[in-house]
Design a binder for this molecule. Structure first.
Ligand code: C2E
Ligand code: CA
Ligand code: CA
Length: 472
């Protein structure tokens, strides 16, 4: 009996121990499971490259703050030149830059808010509203813009930031949308700055969206046409060529200027199609003038090409196709590109060389407004340099403009490049330009952009009239 009792007790003790061991194991497994679950949750709400929160966390967090009726702000930050870094230095350095940017933002933000990476080079910061918010935003920008040592190279980068405050009825997507509009406004005014969202901007964004929708159908509905502005020789004012300038006859808005719709066309990706139409139209006009007037036809037609078009790898092939189908004489065509389109863009420079081999001439447009890197003249096959109108008749005309204008003619002559002074509005300006050495000019003083018929009338059929007539 005693033995039996002892046996039962022993078994119970052993069982208890087993249970405890089992419990211990289960406990261990449970905490492992918990850890695993935490890791999964972390992965689902954090970005693997930087360790910052991700879009899901941004949504969760802002939704919670909205539900709780908290007052807070959302700031969206985007690097200004990230694509160029990726293209030039490769994705590895691009990734390093993102990581470094994230570290700096996190360090500057400290415990004052939540940092999330929405993708690419785009970060969203959620902060409690406070009077010193502008200071924090300045600090975030300054932190990102400090030079970074990556892969042995010193990299300087700039960022733009848009910020908006939460309002009743908002949702996470609406907050991001407003911050995005503000961020693009910051970029649009040169970047490297921050910008509040305001309602006016919202209206402008809605208007641009409508314009974008209309642009998609405008080509199909034949709403575009070209005007031609004479480029004349100095001092006589005889037309030697024309620049083709695009116009959009909108059914409700009337005439929309290219400064308004070209950037939209670039953004929504219809610029290549539109640019091809412009080039084809200019080629047809050139061929028609040659057939009709022979030697009296304009020596050259200039066509503007935007940065986006030049970045399109199919651009030169499209140009070659159009030349062939229209039968235009390549020597009579000139492509105008801006400095910014070719600066730091290897593809663009390569495309220019290919255009040259097709027999086209190249003009560098709006010279003096961009970075004006003279080294461009060594890498780009430039035949013509167009001095920006701001130095001739615009804001910068005057002493500084005069010095720039004079210097440009000095080195273009040395380089064997033709210089065209744009924006000549008065006889005095024309005289001065001729005096410092310019032989080619363009501007309202000689002729505004006009239809092909008006051009024929004034400059080919009755050229003497144009020379004595001055501005229209
Ligand atoms: P841009 O290439 O610099 O063209 C010259 C602009 O200056 C034209 O404006 C012209 O009308 C204007 N202009 C000419 N003479 C004078 C003058 O004496 N004084 C002043 N103040 N302005 C003068 P427009 O036609 O409004 O074109 C604006 C810009 O839009 C062009 O600047 C060009 O960058 C772009 N653009 C025009 N057509 C096309 C096109 O077919 N494709 C592309 N990608 N861009 C185009
Ligand atoms: Ca131009
Ligand atoms: Ca220009």
């Amino acid at each position: 009996m005693v033995a039996l009792t002892a046996f039962v007790v022993l078994r119970q003790i052993l069982a208890l121990r087993d249970n405890q061991r089992l419990l211990g194991t289960v406990d261990g497994q449970l905490s492992q499971l918990r850890e695993y679950q935490d890791r999964l949750t972390h992965q689902a709400t954090h970005d693997s490259l930087t360790g910052a929160g991700n879009r899901a966390l941004f949504e969760q967090h802002t939704q919670q703050l909205l539900t709780d009726g908290e007052t807070f702000h959302v700031a969206l930050l985007d690097l200004d030149d990230f694509k160029a870094v990726n293209d030039r230095l490769g994705h590895r350095v691009g990734d390093q830059l993102i990581q470094e940017t994230s570290r700096r933002l996190a360090r500057t933000l400290g415990g004052n808010g939540l940092l999330t990476r929405l993708g690419g080079d785009e970060f969203a910061v959620v902060v409690r509203s406070a009077d010193d918010l502008p200071i924090l935003l300045e600090q975030l920008l300054a932190a990102v813009e400090q030079p970074a040592e990556l892969d042995g190279a010193t990299l300087r980068t700039a960022a733009s930031l848009g910020v908006t405050g939460a309002r009743p009825g908002d949702d996470p997507a609406e907050l991001l949308r407003r911050a995005d509009v503000a961020m693009y406004a910051a970029k649009g005014t040169g970047g490297s700055r921050w910008q509040w969202f305001d309602a006016g901007m919202d209206m402008a964004a809605a208007d641009t969206a409508r314009l974008a929708a209309d642009l998609r159908t405008a080509l199909r509905d034949d709403q575009f046409f070209l005007l031609f502005q004479p480029i004349v020789s100095l001092p006589g004012g005889t037309a030697t060529g024309v620049e083709a300038l695009l116009r959009w006859q909108h059914p409700e808005r009337g005439l929309v200027p290219p400064d308004v719709f070209i950037p939209v066309a670039e953004r929504i990706g219809v610029i290549s199609e539109l640019g091809a139409w412009v080039f084809a139209q200019a080629c047809r006009q050139s061929a028609a003038w040659s057939a009709r007037y022979g030697a009296a036809a304009p020596t050259r037609i200039s066509v503007n090409v935007s940065a986006r078009q030049l970045a399109d790898p199919g651009f030169v092939d499209t140009v070659a196709d159009i030349l062939q189908t229209t039968g235009a004489d390549t020597r009579r065509l000139l492509i105008e590109v801006t400095e910014t389109a070719v600066l730091n863009a290897d593809t663009a420079v390569e495309q220019l060389h290919r255009l040259k081999t097709l027999g086209l001439r190249i003009a560098l447009d709006d010279f003096g407004t961009g970075h004006s890197s003279l080294s461009l003249l060594l890498t780009c096959p430039v035949d013509v340099l167009k001095v920006d109108k701001s130095f001739v008749s615009g804001d910068t005309a005057g002493r500084a403009g005069a010095i720039i204008v004079k210097n440009i003619i000095g080195f273009t002559t040395d380089f064997g490049i033709d210089a065209v002074a744009e924006g000549v509005e008065t006889a005095e300006q024309a005289e001065h330009l001729h005096g410092v050495g310019y032989r080619l000019a363009q501007g309202y003083h000689f002729g505004r952009p006009m239809t092909a018929e008006a051009y024929e009338d004034r400059y080919i059929d009755q050229p003497a009239l144009a020379r004595s007539g001055g501005a229209v």
